[in-house]
Design a protein around this ligand. Structure first.
Ligand code: SF4
Length: 213
């Protein structure tokens, strides 16, 4: 099965990577700070007016070779204003620390930056709006070599695929701008602890990809 970027994502990335603006040559950290400042009160999709406390931006190294992408902030993330600090985030951080993928060396973010009511999944339109405004701009500033999509929501946001996540997880899919590797979301691992070994094997594959170049 050949996997490729969704046409709308590929088109937006092409625009961001090939049409320079006045901030294009600024250091990545400065570009990220400018982005956070500009969107800190964002209400461009319904999640901006459905009870969120704050916009939860991505976090980590502004020149990270790998970006990890989840779904949306939960209660603790919404309160603290940081991604992946709840129960599943702590599980993920512990697994990554054990492999040397500490949070100061990578970048971690969600597809939607505002907590959905009742912790529901973000709707496709909410995710696609937020990705276009924030995540793809962060990617164009950071220029990672690989993106790891955690779970079906993040994977669906990037790739057109018709099979289950389990049938494509662990594959490294090269695109024009970066590679993508889907794997399970840590919330799934809380419900299915034996799948932790599978995700650790996927992370080892991701590290080997980074080490190989
Ligand atoms: S989820 Fe994203 S697009 Fe929607 S209001 Fe929040 S920051 Fe804006």
């Amino acid at each position: 099965m050949t996997l490729s970027l969704k046409p709308e994502v590929a088109a937006r990335l092409k625009q961001l990577f090939t049409h320079p603006n006045e901030h294009q040559n600024a250091p990545p950290g400065d570009r990220l700070k400018r982005l956070y400042e500009y969107y800190k009160s964002c209400r461009r999709c319904p999640l901006g007016t459905q009870g969120r406390s704050q916009v939860v931006f991505g976090e980590g190294c502004p020149t990270a070779p790998a970006i990890f992408i989840g779904e949306a902030p939960g209660r603790e993330e919404d309160t603290l204003g940081r991604p992946f600090v709840g129960r599943s985030g702590r599980l993920l951080t512990g697994m990554m620390d054990g492999l040397g993928l500490t949070r100061d060396k990578i970048y971690i973010a969600n597809t939607a930056r505002c907590r959905p009511p009742e912790n529901r999944q973000p709707l496709p339109q909410e995710s696609s709006t937020c990705i276009s405004l924030l995540l793809l701009r962060e990617i164009s500033a950071i220029k990672p070599r690989i993106i790891c999509t955690l779970g079906a929501t993040a994977t669906n946001a990037f790739l057109d695929y018709s099979k289950s996540l389990s049938s494509i997880r662990g594959q490294i899919i090269q695109t024009e701008y970066f590679a993508i590797m889907p794997t399970y979301h840590p919330a799934y691992l809380l419900r299915n602890p034996p799948a932790k070994d599978t995700v650790i094997a996927d992370f080892v594959r991701l590290i080997a990809f980074l080490d190989a170049k």
